[in-house]
Design a protein around this ligand. Structure first.
Ligand code: URA
Length: 422
């Protein structure tokens, strides 16, 4: 087998054979295929696609590149969720302890933010003392004792994906449905969860900009999970505007704690409860009552234990950025649009995200939204507050926000987009 013939097959719109797929994934993982060769293949896949059989084999090869975890020693059923990534998407933070409070074991192997979308680990690292890296034994211990664990995936899980995802990120090949589906599902299947709920985002702040693409990604991933014996369902959810009223690390932790305390923004509460119901159903816990677990404080109890089990202090004050800049509304009227992508880029430029994998993030940086689409705003009143430790970044963030919102005349009817679209 040689890599040039594999690249040519896909470049010329052919089907990759199972042998070609197994060989190229293994050779790339072990360094026998170079990054530039794999980039050419990834671009050919982005342009010419893969059919379901090719995607299934590609996923299986990525799973086989590393170890598989085993949760069979746990007494509770396992339930996991994965979001395809968005702006202000802090849902994992209240969701994992909520579902654990209802009787499931929730292993959340999470990632860091890259580009305009935030990462769960970066958010949680703003909690003083909290540690993202656990050994497999520590992870099982936290999961077994608190019911939920949110931590970094170990290096042994789907190492082919780790390498390939980093390469796609710098070669403009992230947005290929076969590559996204196999990337996400190889990690989830290798992780060994019994059930999985996929939150497939659609809109400007998501990888999938149209509902048709989101449907295709969702059905591809559900098919892969089901074929590997994982009970898998998907919700298509809105990412045209940020979730909640914050995008940033500590800012989003604070908002998540508000949700766990029984408050918080309505869209965050609604999506948390919708995903919790799906996870509990998929785990066979159909009698559980997530509304009660949230309102009664059981989810907050699990959150506190889960944070403390990873060295965090749930009572410590969260970091606050050194500088703030308020953007005021230029007119009175109804906020018609507040763009998720633009807000995500602004938060990223303020220091909440990173440009390269090894860059640090600022815990306090981000954007606070004082109004959501459909709400009335008044001339001169705060619309957004920008937070950063490096005020020279304000101008750069403001540039990203130049066309981020529309204000319609007072009284203009507004039709909200449902949080859960399908
Ligand atoms: N998240 C992943 O884990 N992989 C992708 O390809 C895209 C989003």
């Amino acid at each position: 087998m040689d890599v040039i013939s594999v690249i040519r097959t896909k470049r010329d719109k052919g089907r990759l054979s199972p042998e070609q797929i197994d060989w190229v994934i293994d050779a790339y993982t072990h360094g026998a295929v170079a990054d530039e060769q794999m980039s050419a293949l990834a671009m050919a896949i982005l342009l010419n696609g893969m059919d379901r059989a090719e995607i299934a084999r590609w996923t299986a090869a990525m799973i086989a590149s590393g170890e598989r975890m085993d949760f069979s020693g746990l007494t509770r059923p396992t339930a996991d969720k994965h979001s395809t990534g968005g702006v202000g998407d802090k849902i994992t933070l209240p969701l994992a302890p909520l579902v654990a409070a209802c009787g499931a074991a929730v292993p959340q192997l999470s990632g860091r933010g890259l580009g305009h979308t935030g990462g769960t680990l970066d958010k949680l690292e703003s909690v003083p003392g909290w540690r993202a890296s656990l050994t497999n034994e520590e992870m099982l211990h936290v999961l077994g004792t608190t019911g939920a664990v949110i931590c970094a995936a170990g290096d042994g899980l789907a190492p082919a994906d780790k390498k390939l995802y980093a390469l796609r990120d710098v070669t403009g090949t992230v947005e290929a449905i076969p590559l996204i589906a196999s990337s996400i599902m190889s990690k989830k299947i290798a992780e060994g969860t019994g059930s999985l709920v996929l939150d497939v985002k659609v809109g400007s702040g998501a990888f999938m900009k149209t509902i048709e693409d989101a449907r295709e990604l969702a059905s591809t991933m559900v098919g892969l999970g089901t074929d590997h014996g994982v009970r898998t369902v998907a919700l298509l959810t809105d990412m045209a505007t940020p979730l909640g009223r914050t995008a940033g690390n500590a800012l989003e932790v604070r908002e998540s704690v508000e949700v766990l305390a029984g408050g918080g923004p309505a869209d965050v509460v609604e999506l948390t409860l919708s995903l919790a119901r799906e996870m509990l159903d998929a785990a066979g816990l159909t009698d559980a009552d997530p509304e009660k677990a949230l309102a009664g404080g059981a989810a907050m109890d699990v959150w506190r234990r889960m944070i403390a089990a990873q060295g965090g202090d749930p009572d410590a004050p969260l970091p606050v950025a050194r500088e703030q800049h308020v953007v005021t509304a230029p007119a009175t009227g109804v906020l018609g649009r507040l763009d998720a992508y633009d807000v995500g880029v602004a938060a990223w430029r303020l220091g909440a995200g990173r440009a390269r994998k090894e860059d640090p993030v600022q815990a306090g940086a981000g954007v606070e939204l004082h109004a959501k689409p459909g709400e009335t705003v008044r001339t001169g009143e705060p619309l957004l507050t920008l937070h950063t430790d490096t005020p020279e970044k304000f101008a750069y963030a403001l540039e990203a926000l130049e066309n981020a919102y529309d204000i319609a005349a007072p009284g203009t009817p507004f039709t909200p987009t449902p949080v859960v679209r399908e």
